[in-house]
Design a binder for this molecule. Structure first.
Ligand code: UDP
Length: 320
C-alpha cells in the first residue's frame, strides 16, 4: 500500500504516519509546516518506507507513481490558529480538499477526510449523532474552520457521487496527546502548560461548557478502522466521556499536583456550550470504542510537555 498523508507533520497526521508504517504502508507525508512541525516526524526520517514532501496542498499536488490511499489531514485545527490563519484555514478546507480529491480521482485511490465535530457548531442536539446537521455561524470566528470542513464534506460527497471516488469521512472530536503544540491555545496544552509552569489555569467563561477528550492512540485506531471499512457516510470518532471545562481544570491540577489557582477569563465568541460524540455508529460498524482512561492519557501527554519545557520528574526546570 502506498499512502499519502496531507498534514502528515501535524499532531494527528504524524501519529497516523507512524501507525501506517507499522501496518506496512509506504507513507508519503506532505505538509507546508505552517502549523505542522518536522520534529513530529523526525524519528521516521531514514525509514525506508517514509518520505516527506514540503508542499502546500492548496496548490496543485503532484505525486509520482501509484497511490492506494489519501488521508487528508491538512488544516489548522485550534481556535487560536483559525484566528491567526483564517484565510489559510478556509483555503486548505476548500481548495486543499479539492486538490487532494483530484489526486484521488487520478490515482484511483481511497480518500479519507479528517472532518470535525465543529460541523455541528454550537449544537442544539446532545450528544451529537451523525444525522444532526449542526448549528453553525458562518460569520463568526470559528466560521472559517466550520464552514471549510462543511464544504470539504460536501466536496467529498460530490466526488463520490459524480466521479465515483471511494471516500470516507471521519468527524473527529477533541483529541489530545503527545505532539500537541504547547502554545496552540487549546485547553489540554493550555491547562497542562500552565500547571507545569506554576501559572494560573485560565478557565474561559464560568467553565460550565463541556467537552469530551479522546486520547490520540484511540483516535488513530478509529481512523484506521474507518479507512478499512466500507462505510462511506460520516462517522463520529471521539471519546464520549464528557466533563465540564472546570472539572477538567481540576483533573489537571490533581494529576500535576499543581498549586496553581483557577482564574476566569471571558468566553470566546461562539464557544460551543456542549460537545459529546454519539459513537453508536462507530461501535456498531467499526467495532471501535476508546480504551485509554483520561488519567492515563493525561500522564502520557504531561511527560511530553515536561520534555518540551525541560522539567524533570521532580518538577525542576533543567538548564538549556
Ligand atoms: N478553554 C479554557 N481555557 C483555555 C483554553 C480553552 O477554558 O485556556 C476552553 C474553551 O473556551 C472551550 C474548551 O476549553 O470551551 C475547549 O477549547 P479548545 O480550544 O481546546 O477547543 P474547542 O473544543 O473549543 O474547539
Amino acid at each position: 500500500m502506498r499512502t499519502l498523508v496531507t498534514g502528515g507533520a501535524g499532531f494527528l497526521g504524524s501519529h497516523l504516519c507512524e501507525r501506517l508504517i507499522q501496518e506496512g504502508h509506504h507513507v508519503i507525508c506532505m505538509d507546508n509546516l505552517i502549523t505542522g512541525d518536522l520534529n513530529n516526524v523526525a524519528h521516521l526520517f531514514g525509514h525506508e518506507r517514509f518520505r516527506f514532501i514540503k508542499h502546500d496542498v492548496t496548490e496543485y499536488i503532484f505525486v509520482e507513481g501509484k497511490l492506494d490511499t489519501i488521508l487528508h489531514f491538512a488544516s489548522p485545527a485550534s481556535p487560536i490558529d483559525y484566528l491567526e490563519l483564517p484565510i489559510q484555514t478556509l483555503k486548505v478546507g476548500s481548495l486543499g480538499t479539492h486538490k487532494a480529491l483530484g489526486l484521488a480521482k487520478e490515482k484511483k485511490a481511497r480518500f479519507l477526510l479528517a472532518s470535525t465535530s465543529e460541523v455541528y457548531g454550537d449544537p442544539l442536539v446532545h450528544p451529537q449523532p451523525e444525522e444532526y446537521f449542526g448549528n453553525v455561524s458562518p460569520i463568526g470566528p470559528r466560521g472559517v474552520y466550520d464552514e471549510a470542513k462543511r464544504f470539504a464534506e460536501a466536496m467529498v460527497m460530490a466526488y463520490r457521487r459524480y466521479h465515483g471516488v471511494d471516500t470516507r469521512i471521519a468527524r473527529i472530536f477533541n483529541t489530545y496527546g503527545p505532539r500537541m503544540r504547547l502554545h496552540d491555545g487549546r485547553v489540554v496544552p493550555g491547562f497542562l502548560g500552565q500547571a507545569l509552569r506554576g501559572e494560573d489555569l485560565t478557565v474561559f467563561g464560568d467553565g460550565s461548557q463541556t467537552r469530551s477528550f479522546c486520547y490520540v492512540s484511540d483516535l488513530i485506531d478509529g481512523i484506521y478502522r474507518l479507512l478499512l471499512s466500507q462505510e462511506t457516510d460520516p462517522v463520529n470518532i471521539g471519546n464520549p466521556a464528557e466533563m465540564t471545562v472546570l472539572e477538567f481544570a481540576q483533573v489537571i491540577m490533581r494529576i500535576t499536583g499543581s498549586k496553581s489557582r483557577i482564574v476566569y477569563r471571558s468566553l470566546p465568541q461562539d464557544d460551543p456550550k456542549v460537545r459529546q460524540p454519539d459513537i453508536s455508529k462507530a461501535k456498531r460498524i467499526l467495532g471501535w470504542e476508546p480504551k485509554v482512561p483520561l488519567e492515563e492519557g493525561i500522564r502520557e501527554t504531561m511527560k511530553f510537555f515536561k520534555q518540551q519545557l525541560n522539567i524533570n520528574d521532580r518538577g525542576v526546570a533543567q538548564p538549556g
